[in-house]
Design a protein around this ligand. Structure first.
Ligand code: ADP
Ligand code: MG
Length: 583
């Protein structure tokens, strides 16, 4: 239970602000997260970690000499936006390039990836290192699909130390990827975590049971089993991780026995009494093991075991000194350089001058009504969508859609008041949605709306054909970014049938309102049919079996929204010339 909060929606922001104040000797808050208080005297590679909130001390707690240069801090369990990642990277860059490193989750991959493109385009060399240590989340032959959990800590630590030692960008990336390939984790959950303001945990385990293969976003374990004794639990964890011993594995191990948030240190030490001797008996030397809370999941009860097979280079960086709010090792020569602000305020959007035709402005008002209806509908559906997402995902879909659609409506209203046409209104809406929603669906909805707006433009009179083409642009952007196909159990399963039906009906001459409602009915049918599918993309993939019987949350919300916005988007003028093929 999270008991200390004000407005639950402000929890992550307030926690970050409090953290930065409490540790103002080491960190400084910037747009999108935090960076080191002092800039390095000579340029060095900046190591930026990140992800959602709820994992303290990951990610902001490990900012400081010898470790991270900055952390991008998203909302609880949701990816930070592209804008946030870009802004933190700009603030932390000291002239030798930046490496963004994070656990392998679709939302993070897309947002950090887009931020990286933007940095490179501006001449700041940027690279990404993904952490994929969770052996429960995919089979060894699909190791690149695994998610990142407590192994994050080791990978970030060695990269931080390598950057501090003056290695160049390519070398820091090489060290990070090597550490990731030699790092394996298995976790177990004893009870789920509860979002601030929620009265129910994201999942429950029956008394006396544990879930093996937990995720760190409240995803339940892959399967439930009897809660064993501490000795049996230790044996099980060691056996499972050692089964993944890499071919090139050395006999020296970095070890993390990590508590997930409400498992006491004493319990971890009891478990360590089994884990350590077993590893030593297997012939390993344990190098600076960590028993404590390093990557948590709000107030979840659970534990994970991480092993990293160290070679000489990794051991040097694993044992190097570090000084951060949550983690200290050895003595660091504390460099108090000028606490010079980079002066970047990436959010300072220049006032935009809009020019639009009156037809486009009229349609912009309809777009605004569509966004209004969307925000209303999603507010009413937040709990339902969250519950659907909690079955195999992380339970944040409702919250993300509410945040995204509310931000989209607010930004669109501002643009419209300033005279924007339909295209610019939807572009403003899309950018705000992507920035504020968090999560995979937020990135995709945001990018899709932007593409919709780009196709519409601010000059053309929207006709049925333009409308169908704009929806196609929305769909194309989402599939090119998310790479999901029909049958992967994502929003694409509802989106593509919608776009195809709308195109076919409009080119056959059906009135746009009728075409839209028929297409929306097809989308609803397709969304319902996803109940039978196993998810092949996104956070629900590792728990595919649990998801069978429940429709995909993203497909469901998309079908609902498309049904609700028809009267606004589809009310476009029909003239004979509107049709590509008239009959
Ligand atoms: P997250 O998965 O990051 O927590 P949400 O819970 O908001 O984000 O959204 C989950 C939904 O996102 C899924 O139900 C699915 O419809 C959609 N989704 C996930 N991955 C993809 C993808 N690669 N392409 C398209 N849609 C996706
Ligand atoms: Mg989710």
């Amino acid at each position: 239970m999270t008991r200390i909060f004000n407005d639950p929606a402000d929890f992550a922001d307030e926690a970050l602000a409090g953290f930065c104040d409490a540790h103002s000797d080491l960190v400084r808050q910037v747009e999108g997260g935090a960076v080191r208080r002092s800039r390095p005297a000579t340029p060095k590679v900046a190591v930026i970690t990140g992800g959602g909130s709820g994992h303290y001390p990951a990610f902001a707690g490990i900012i400081g000499p010898g470790f991270a240069d900055g952390a991008v801090v998203g909302n609880i369990f949701t990816s930070p936006s592209t804008q946030q990642a870009y802004s933190v990277a700009k603030a932390a860059d000291s002239g030798a390039g930046v490496v963004l490193t994070y656990g392998n989750y679709a939302g993070d991959v897309m947002n950090f990836g887009m931020a990286t493109e933007r940095l490179n385009a501006e001449g700041i060399p940027a690279e990404n290192v993904l952490v994929t240590d969770d052996i429960a989340s995919a089979a060894p032959h699909e190791a690149e699909k695994r998610r990142g959990i407590a192994g994050d800590f080791v990978v970030f630590k060695v990269m931080g130390a390598a950057a501090e030692a003056g290695l160049d960008l390519a070398s820091v990336v090489r060290v990070g990827r090597k550490a990731n390939s030699l790092t394996k984790t298995i976790g177990t959950a004893f009870s789920g975590c509860t979002f601030p303001g929620a009265d129910q945990p994201l999942f429950r385990l029956p008394e006396g049971q544990m879930g093996l293969g937990l995720g760190i976003h409240g995803e339940p374990g892959l399967f439930d089993t009897e809660l064993p004794s501490a000795v049996e639990l230790g044996q099980e964890l060691v056996r499972r991780v050692l089964a993944e011993t890499p071919e090139s594995g050395s006999t020296r191990l970095a070890v993390i026995l990590n508590g997930l948030g409400s498992t006491k240190h004493e319990e971890l030490f009891v478990l360590w009494r089994t884990v350590a001797p077993l590893l030593r008996e297997a012939g390993y030397t344990l190098v600076m093991p960590e028993v404590g809370e390093l990557v948590t999941s709000l107030d979840m009860a659970g534990v994970s075991l991480t092993l990293t097979w160290l070679d000489d280079e990794l051991e040097q960086y694993w044992t190097a000194p570090a000084l951060t709010p949550a983690y200290r090792r050895g003595a660091v020569g504390f460099e108090v350089a000028s606490a010079k602000d980079s002066g970047v305020d990436a959010s300072a959007a220049a006032a935009v001058d809009y020019s639009a035709t009156s037809e486009s402005r009229e349609y912009a008002a309809q777009c605004l009504s569509a966004l209004d209806a969307t925000a209303d509908l999603l507010r009413d559906s937040e709990a339902k969508l969250g519950d659907m997402d909690a079955i195999a995902g992380d339970g944040d879909h409702g919250r993300g859609m509410v945040r995204g659609s509310a931000a989209a409506l607010a930004a669109a209203s501002v643009a419209s008041e300033r005279g924007a046409g339909a295209g610019s209104v939807l572009i403003a809406a899309g950018d705000a949605w992507a920035d504020k929603a968090g999560g995979t669906s937020g990135v995709l909805w945001g990018a899709g709306l932007r593409a919709f707006g780009e196709r519409l433009g601010d000059a053309e009179t929207p006709t049925p054909v333009v409308l169908a083409e704009s929806i196609r642009a929305f769909a194309d952007r989402i599939t090119s970014l998310g790479k999901a196909e029909i049958g992967d159990k994502t929003m694409v399963d509802a989106l593509l049938p919608f776009a195809s039906s709308l195109e076919a009906l409009i080119s056959a001459g059906t009135a746009p309102e009728d075409a839209w409602s028929a297409a929306a009915a097809d989308a609803a049918k397709a969304a319902a049919a996803t109940a039978e599918l196993r998810p092949l993309k996104g956070r629900a993939r590792p728990l595919a079996e649990k998801s069978i019987g429940t429709p995909d949350p993203g497909a469901t919300s998309l079908a609902m929204v498309f049904a609700a916005v028809g009267p606004h988007f589809a009310a476009v003028p029909v003239t004979a010339s509107n049709f590509a093929t008239s009959n």
